[in-house]
Design a protein around this ligand. Structure first.
Ligand code: SF4
Length: 305
């Protein structure tokens, strides 16, 4: 019996919506033309034909207020970003994958925060993932890559997370975003990074389908020094009472430098080092031109429709 692909498409959107997803889009695999061959859809499923990109927005006031109000903490950001939102995303990806299987297609749900820390075989970079959820989101029409290398959507700017499902179901792709540029090179992202991990002078070209995005070169070890290992108290830990900052060496950072720094932080910072969070200010400071000064909660309130 021939599968009704329009019905499958509708069903996937419904299932993802029931799983709290704010974004569901479909990308053709040829749009991953600029991605390393170990990170392409076909690297996960030989006969891949489509990638479903799903995304969930942050609770908006939680995101804006974290560390900026009288509570002076990032506790909600930590728990909701790394637990509730993450779980909702992964669960929704699994539900989409199961829906595809119910229609007789193969599907591989992709994860979010797993990394190969060091270069691997023909992958020359460190801190890579086995799939580019950011490219998938752009390929599925959700938005564009900003100068900071982060997906910017016309609806929520940078205030969402994405994951993907690779499938051999030949579902029609959505159009890629064609509206006004979502990044106007305001450079707030570059100024916001206290680790000086991003350079305004060196760029990488990221190709998605027939579009080119120029994103700043990021020193990934310098970025992870704060974001992953929370070694810069100013980026968040200080507001939890964890005042230990360990300066990275000048120039290139190696894995050994991080190990030593973590040991120093553990010895000086005590138990509080278990309960800290680092804010990615290069993302929070990024608001696309048309959303600057806009109250997104009011803008999208159902009662305003
Ligand atoms: S902060 Fe400005 S320059 Fe950086 S990505 Fe956002 S809009 Fe672009």
């Amino acid at each position: 019996m021939k599968t009704d692909m329009a019905e499958l498409r509708r069903k996937i959107i419904k299932v993802a919506g029931e799983g709290c997803m704010d974004f569901t889009g479909f990308a053709s695999v040829d749009r991953f033309n600029g991605v390393h061959n170990r990170m392409r859809p076909e690297a996960h499923l030989n006969d891949a034909k489509c990638v479903v990109s799903i995304g969930i927005r942050y609770p908006l006031a939680m995101y804006e207020n974290a560390g900026r109000t009288k509570a002076e903490s990032y506790m909600s950001m930590d728990m909701y970003e790394n637990n509730a939102m993450e779980t909702a995303l992964l669960q929704a990806a699994m539900d989409v994958a199961r829906t595809l299987e119910d229609f007789g297609f193969n599907a591989v749900p992709i994860t979010t925060k797993m990394y190969r820390v060091q270069p691997y075989k023909d992958i020359k970079e460190c801190w890579t993932q086995d799939f580019r959820n950011d490219v998938a989101a752009v390929a599925a029409g959700h938005g564009e890559l900003g100068f900071n290398g982060v997906v910017i959507t016309p609806k929520y700017g940078t205030r969402q997370m994405f994951t993907s499902v690779v499938t051999d179901a030949p579902i029609d792709a959505d159009k890629m975003y064609e509206g006004p540029a979502l990044c106007d090179k305001c450079m707030k992202c570059v100024q916001a990074c206290k680790m000086n991990a991003i350079s305004s002078k060196d760029y990488d070209k990221v190709v998605v389908g027939d579009k080119n995005f120029y994103v700043v070169k990021k020193d990934k070890w310098r970025c992870m020094w704060s974001k992953k290992f929370m070694l810069n108290a100013e980026m968040g830990p200080r507001l939890h009472g964890m005042n230990v900052s360990v300066e990275p060496p000048k120039g290139e950072i190696a894995e050994d430098d991080v190990r030593k720094a973590l040991s120093e932080k553990g010895q000086k910072g005590g138990l509080q080092t278990w309960y800290t969070y680092s804010m990615r200010e290069c993302e929070r400071e990024c608001v696309p031109p048309h959303l600057r000064g806009v109250d997104l909660v009011k803008k999208y309130a159902k009662s305003a429709e």
